[in-house]
Design a binder for this molecule. Sequence first.
Ligand code: TYD
Length: 143
Amino acid sequence: MILNNTVNDCKLIDLPIIRNRAGNITPINNLIDIPFAIQRVYYLYDVPGGAERGGHAHKTLKQLIIAASGSFEISISDGNSKKVFCLNQPYQGLIIVPGIWRELKNFSSGSICLVFASEIYDESDYIRDFNEFKILRNDASIS
Ligand code: TYD
């Protein structure tokens, strides 16, 4: 379990763009345009105005999060420091490493949150309680 990552290990990356007058393409090649092997892709859509998502951390999961359409905000915390990112370009993505609490909010109408994940879905990889998260983080920083 990598719980000593900090918010500074989470990076905004620029993805490739193939520009064309008739529209652009952003390709994501496994292990080339993304720094981990992709095991799962999912996307969040039809988010009602004012809704908030996330509110958890992962023990081992790495993710690349992209606003494929529209915009939303991601707040991340390592239990010590916080950072807020606004994703609003389909060619930019935020890498979130394990051990980071995340909250997503301020979804624009019709926005699509596209996620590339390093593992298939596993509920036991989630930490859904912020107090438990802080305890695990503090233990990790002592050991
Ligand atoms: P969750 O990851 O908590 O959503 P968010 O972070 O967007 O708020 O997932 C919500 C529910 O969907 C939860 O019951 C687990 C389920 N789920 C899957 O079954 N497979 C998946 O790949 C994902 C991402 C979620």
